[in-house]
Design a protein around this ligand. Structure first.
Ligand SMILES: NC(=O)c1ccc[n+]([C@@H]2O[C@H](COP(=O)([O-])OP(=O)(O)OC[C@H]3O[C@@H](n4cnc5c(N)ncnc54)[C@H](O)[C@@H]3O)[C@@H](O)[C@H]2O)c1
Length: 245
């Protein structure tokens, strides 16, 4: 039986077990939104949910976003337990750019990075319409620019930017849909060189919370006039001319 709708908003964050997704989960919890972390990594997902529980109501949902049956039953489960869904963050991604013309890897990367958000949006549509909620997709600046050998990753993220405006036009006015394209985000607390920071017009490499704050804003009522857009958060790197002297 579906739990009756309560006052607390609910966000489903895919790939929330670590990195950017985990930071988004933390931001939403701190904003008093209940969070469901959907991730295919069970051990990291459980650990993240347990560590984040100090900030609020958070639960782990084991889920592979590229599996239609898992997405359907996973979102059914969210509605059964919480009675509502207000925000879907399509963040899960395979972050491996250098796969060239490898067709097997192409299919895997497109299945997770592009088909995953399509499936999650499909099964979240009805509850999001009911709550007049919103979707935030996490693409990449690689949707806009490339290194050699990045066909699958770049194309999957370019597809996600296009899926964003298609969903916005399809699901509006009930549901707003926006996209964030991060640049270099240090998710592992890496030992970085001064040059890594200084090459960015903003003077530093990005942090997961830079993306989390933008996702929080885009999902908020304050962003009520914004839909179908792609926001680049890359410290200015895509605005920098890089022709060699
Ligand atoms: N870190 C960066 O510099 C950067 C830059 C641009 C874009 N991005 C994008 O941001 C998102 C998050 O990146 P990150 O660096 O935090 O990645 P990450 O690898 O640290 O975390 C990704 C998470 O997604 C999960 N995941 C992968 N495939 C999945 C699937 N099929 N179903 C469910 N969960 C799955 C993983 O288990 C992991 O927990 C990705 O979409 C990535 O493409 C990251």
């Amino acid at each position: 039986m579906t739990k009756p709708t309560t006052g607390q908003r609910v966000a489903l964050i895919t790939g929330g077990a670590q990195g950017i997704g985990r930071a988004i989960a933390e931001r939403f919890l701190k904003g008093s939104v209940a969070v469901v972390i959907a991730d295919r990594n069970r051990s990291k997902g459980r650990r993240a949910a347990s560590e984040l529980s100090r900030w609020g109501d958070v639960r782990f949902l084991p889920l592979d976003v590229s599996s239609e049956s898992q997405v359907r039953t996973g979102i059914d489960d969210v509605i059964r337990r919480h009675g509502r869904l207000d925000v879907l963050v399509n963040n899960a991604g395979i972050v491996t750019p250098g796969t060239g013309f490898d067709f097997k890897r192409w299919k895997e990367i497109v299945a997770v990075n592009l088909t995953g958000p399509f499936l999650c949006s499909k099964y979240a549509e009805r509850p999001l319409r009911r709550s007049r909620g919103s979707i935030v997709n996490i693409a990449s600046t690689r949707a806009l620019m490339s290194e050699p050998g990045t066909q699958a990753y770049s194309a999957s993220k370019g597809g996600l930017v296009a899926l964003t405006h298609s969903l916005a036009v399809t699901m509006g006015p009930a549901v707003r849909v926006n996209c964030i394209s991060p640049g270099w985000i240090d998710t592992r607390n890496s030992r970085l060189r001064p040059a890594d920071h200084q090459q960015h017009p903003a003077g530093r490499v990005g942090l997961p919370r830079d993306i989390a704050e933008l996702a929080w804003f885009l999902a908020s009522p304050e962003a009520g006039f914004i839909t179908g857009q792609n926001y680049v958060a890359d410290g200015g790197m895509t605005k920098k001319m890089i022709y060699e002297e």
